[in-house]
Design a protein around this ligand. Sequence first.
Ligand SMILES: NC(=O)c1ccc[n+]([C@@H]2O[C@H](COP(=O)([O-])OP(=O)(O)OC[C@H]3O[C@@H](n4cnc5c(N)ncnc54)[C@H](OP(=O)(O)O)[C@@H]3O)[C@@H](O)[C@H]2O)c1
Length: 323
Amino acid sequence: MAEPYNSGGILMKAVICTKYGPPEVLQIREAGKPYPGNNEVLVKIFATSVTASDCIIRGFKIPFSMWIPARLALGITKPRKSILGLVLSGEVERAGENVKEFKRGDKVYAHTLFQFGAYAEYICISESSAISQMPSNIFFEEAAAIPFGGTLALYFLKKANIQEGQKVLIYGASGAVGTSAIQLARYFGAEVSGVCSTVNLEFVKTLGADLVIDYTKENFMDTGKKYDLIFDAVGKKKSSHLQYKKALNPDGRFISVDDGSPGEQAVNKANLTILKELTENGIIKPVIDKIYPLNQIVDAHRYVDMGHKKGNVVITVGHSTKY
Ligand SMILES: NC(=O)c1ccc[n+]([C@@H]2O[C@H](COP(=O)([O-])OP(=O)(O)OC[C@H]3O[C@@H](n4cnc5c(N)ncnc54)[C@H](OP(=O)(O)O)[C@@H]3O)[C@@H](O)[C@H]2O)c1
C-alpha cells in the first residue's frame, strides 16, 4: 500500500521508516508524490546523505532521560515523519506561484531540518527555508555532502567566536562535522590541530590541519600544547570544559557539537549560501566516504551506525550524476 505523503495521486519511490529499530526497519515503498504550495518548490532529488542524526532517530538512540519528550516530539512507536533524510541536492521541477528565488531547472541543495523527507524521489520545500542554489563547481553527490556538517561546524565555530591566529583543536576531525570544521577553521585563519584515528591522519592533513594527533596512540592533552578553542565534533555528551581545561589557554573556550540544538540558527538559507560561496572558491571541499544507491539504504545505515565514517555517506536517488 502506498504511504500517504501529500497530494496529487501520483506515486514516487521513498524510504519509509516503519518503526524505531535497526537499519532493516527502513523499507522502500511507494508514496504520494508531493505537490508544491504557492511558496514552495518541488525538487526532484538526485542525492541525499545518511547522517549521524538519521541513524540516531531511526534507532531511537536517545538518552533514557530524554525518552518521553523525544517520543512526544518525534513519534511514539515510529517517526511521525515516516520518510527520514535531512539533506539533499536536486533540480527544481516546479515552483509555486509566489516563488521568486527559484525556477524550474535550477540546481539546488537543502537541509530539511525537522521536516525530514529527503529519502525520496521528490520533496516540496518552502522557498524561505534552508534551500539555496547549489555550488556551481560540484556534482549532485558532492552537494549532498555539504549541508549537514557544514551548517553545524559553521554555527559552532562562530558561536565560539573563532578568531584569526587562534590555536584551534578539532576533536573528531574526520566525521561530517569534523571535516567541515577543519576546513572552516583554516578559512577563519586559525592554526588548526585535528584529532582522529590512525587511518585518517594523512587525510585530515590534506584538509588543511597543521597538526594531526592520533587518539588511539596519544591523548592530545598530554602533548603540552594549549589551545584558544577546542571544538568537540564527536559530541554525545562525552566531553566538558572541565575535562579539557588542562589543554586550554586561560581564556580558552570549549564547545561541543552537542551543546544544545541550534535548529534554524545553524540550518538556514544564509549559512547554505555562505557554504556555496566557500565551495565555489575552493575553500570547502565536500568529503565523501561511500556512495550507495537508494535501494541499498539499509547497508548505508549499517555502515554509518559504526560511527567511523569519513566525512559523508551519500545516497544516489535515481540516476547517478557522476560516479
Ligand atoms: N547539536 C545538534 O543539533 C546536532 C545535530 C546533529 C548532530 N549532532 C551531533 O554531531 C555528532 C557528529 O556528527 P557527524 O555526522 O560528524 O558524525 P560522524 O561523521 O559519524 O563522525 C564521527 C567522528 O567521531 C570520531 N570518533 C569516533 N569514536 C571516537 C573516539 N572514541 N574518540 C575520538 N573520535 C572518535 C570518528 O573518527 P575516527 O573514525 O577517526 O575514529 C568520526 O570522525 C553526532 O554524533 C551528533 O551527536 C548534533
